[in-house]
Design a protein around this ligand. Sequence first.
Ligand code: SF4
Length: 363
Amino acid sequence: MKVSFPHMGNAYIALSALLSNLGAEVIVPPRPTRKTIEMGALHAPEFVCLPFKVNLGDNFQALSMGADTLAMVSGTWACRFGYYGRVQHQILRDAGYEFDSILLGRDGVGAVYNKFADTVDGNLALGWLRAYRSFGAKARAVDALESKAREIRPFERDAGATTAALSNSLSLVHDSGSVKATGSALDHGLELMDAVDVERKDEPLHIAVLGEIYAVLEPALNFDIERRLGDMGVMAHPVMTVYKWLFRPLKTDPSILFEERRARKVTRPYIAYVLGGEEHQTIAGTIDAARKGYDGVIHVFPFTCMPESVCRAILPQIEREYDIPVLNLCLDEHASPTGVETRLEAFTDLLRQRRRKKPRKPA
Ligand code: SF4
């Protein structure tokens, strides 16, 4: 089985570990580029949200690299994500590709479990256990490394040193085999990060980055907003991470469940319903950012995203009530890195002026 899946940030590291431990050959498509987006946009319905187009482009690349099985999450959300897998796979079949689908959520747990009966090395249950442990270890390692990079990047002396150290560290984790080897790779990666030459300066601006999950986590879509902010000397605080996204549906991490329940409670006065996206994290994250004394919030979302368009209409009220500036970045396939960079520069300039008039009060 040559299996592939679309990209979302560095989630491919944990997902590759899961599938390779189940005996599948994993085909990881190249990181999304403008070409990927154009390929997806060419075949996708015009007004579908941008992540659909990028994912579709990833799938085209994976099939052209020899993948014979495509995996995707599927379900019945209020937003379009629940239909992504089914519609994308139909578009690919209409384009002439033949492949097998794994639609997590639609196929049922038993069907997905047994799909690997012929590929797994030895006992199937033990294979799944091994795969789950490796998946969890790598997802946690990616989270720890990304978090470390966010902490040091605003202070680096040599521009790009943190990004290079992060990239090397992630490769170490990706290439590690056993759970023990992943632990050693993480330790080594953290040492590489600690070796980055830093200069402690004034307290940097603190900005929460939140919104639609794919727009927050996928650098190809958001023009690497986290790195850009770090390069500007700003400490970015993404509300969602790869680890949280991967483990949220599994419901095995109590801290994620608790955080989600709390976010829903905080959001209730503004949104009484579940819209199927990250609306609770967006509203609660903005309120939390104000309470923690952050300087501002960047709300990033794809054009035509239903849950985040609802949040977009609510955020001005929260901005006023909690006195926290919010920059809304709405992205589609026509967005440009220069446009995003210019808006980030203008926003951070405003926040610095505001900080001078009103010094930060950390929570
Ligand atoms: S959350 Fe928004 S962008 Fe993401 S799938 Fe749903 S509608 Fe599309």
